[in-house]
Design a protein around this ligand. Structure first.
Ligand SMILES: [Zn+2]
Length: 178
């Protein structure tokens, strides 16, 4: 899934973790992609047959989620803040599991189309190199325009939840200061 769909969950999670800044919630949802870029630069993994096991493997995604949960839980001394951030990190894998494999190799930025509906190999490893790979392939059964509409829709719902929550907080604060 693209960044819009992932970030939508970060916006929607704000009411569940009021003390955690929105930037951290948003970064949590794309943490596995940030790791993929970092690991790519470090030469630890690269896109290809192995399918990014260190950043996008199910096993390592669980590990990264637990690490993020512990880190944020300790920083904010708040169990729920840690739990929410851990779940957001893991939400990336779940959304990728639904949407991958994505026919992105055939995507054209000019026409905003990709070549979907052909069998594509799954690309999310369960463990490490050589382990079985999974993915329900939603984005290989809809067009790039439909995928974009889905992601923008998710982002709008997330933004609406976030806006509703922050407006309510503002009103509460005004009421208390009167
Ligand atoms: Zn990803």
């Amino acid at each position: 899934m693209g960044p819009f769909g992932h970030c939508a969950l970060g916006l929607a999670a704000k009411p569940a973790a009021p003390r955690v800044p929105l930037a951290i919630l948003l970064l949590s949802t794309v943490a596995l992609d940030i790791l993929a870029i970092a690991f790519g630069f470090a030469g630890i993994e690269k896109p290809g047959d192995a399918g990014l096991p260190w950043s996008h493997g199910l096993f390592m995604s669980v590990i990264w989620s637990v690490v993020a949960a512990l880190l944020i839980g300790l920083i904010y001394r708040n169990f729920r803040a840690g739990l929410v951030v851990g779940l957001l990190v893991f939400s990336h894998w779940l959304l990728d599991f639904v949407s991958h494999p994505i026919p992105f190799a055939s995507f054209s930025w000019r026409t905003w189309q990709w070549d979907y509906g052909r069998p594509l190999p799954s690309d999310l490893p369960l463990l490490f190199v050589g382990s079985p790979k999974v993915g329900l392939g939603l984005y290989n059964s809809i067009s790039a325009v439909e995928a974009t509409v889905l992601e923008v829709g998710m982002l709008l719902v997330g933004a609406a939840i976030y806006a509703r929550y922050t407006l309510k907080q503002k009103r509460n604060r005004q009421r208390h200061s009167v």
